[in-house]
Design a protein around this ligand. Sequence first.
Ligand SMILES: CC(=O)[C@@H](O)[C@H](O)COP(=O)(O)O
Ligand SMILES: NCC(=O)COP(=O)(O)O
Length: 247
Amino acid sequence: MTLLSVNLNKIAVLRNSRGGAEPDIIRAAHTCIDAGCGGITVHPRPDQRHVRPDDVRALAAALRGRVEYNIEGNPFAAARGSYPGLIELAREVRPTQVTLVPDSDGQITSDHGFDLERDIDVLRPIVAQLRDIGCRVSLFVDAGATGLEAAVGIGVQRIEIYTGPYAHAFAEGNVQEELERCADTARRAQHAGLAVNAGHDLSQANLGTFKAAIPGLAEVSIGHALIGEALYDGMATTVHRYLQILR
Ligand SMILES: CC(=O)[C@@H](O)[C@H](O)COP(=O)(O)O
Ligand SMILES: NCC(=O)COP(=O)(O)O
């Protein structure tokens, strides 16, 4: 069964836009959990454009033991203001999983994964620290990524396939080549001993095709489309629809 982890970044975008406490990210988390999602994901960024460190801490307390907690971020991004850095946050809240994403501070969103051939040595101590904390470690990678065996060698347990190009190809009606790239990456990863997650721009429209092509898909983390769809149809109904697609 593929776990649905709902990314709540966009709840925080809406909340921060008015400077108050609504919509409440904790209430949103409970609504998604009550609807049956198996995890919650957040991607705190140094500029705190959406999820803030205190959100990360409050969610840890609210989720404790109910569902998986996945925190994403760039471990090399410097602390800034009240943002203490990804590793420090992970040390504080000890989430189920940390997904390492090589975003620079100025990126509007995530748009690429790690180059494992180039980055493996600098990732080694980061992965070791997170494993020592007791977190599962996942690396955000592009479809077609190589160096997967080396990732296993430094203690990485999962990859998350960046599905932005897949979603774009799906919208263009020309999905086959990108879908096969994702499927081949998943097969190679699983053969190397990694479990496979996926995320970015997945939606009700494109998820079923992706899921069918990736046997053993462990987790999808979905935020932007899901939260947008929930504005029209309600959060519980929308989560139910994603769970139905993943059955
Ligand atoms: C890694 C990834 O693709 C997403 O999880 C990321 O969290 C999107 O970040 P924004 O919500 O800031 O666009
Ligand atoms: N890792 C992907 C994620 O958490 C959500 O990405 P998106 O659905 O907001 O594009």
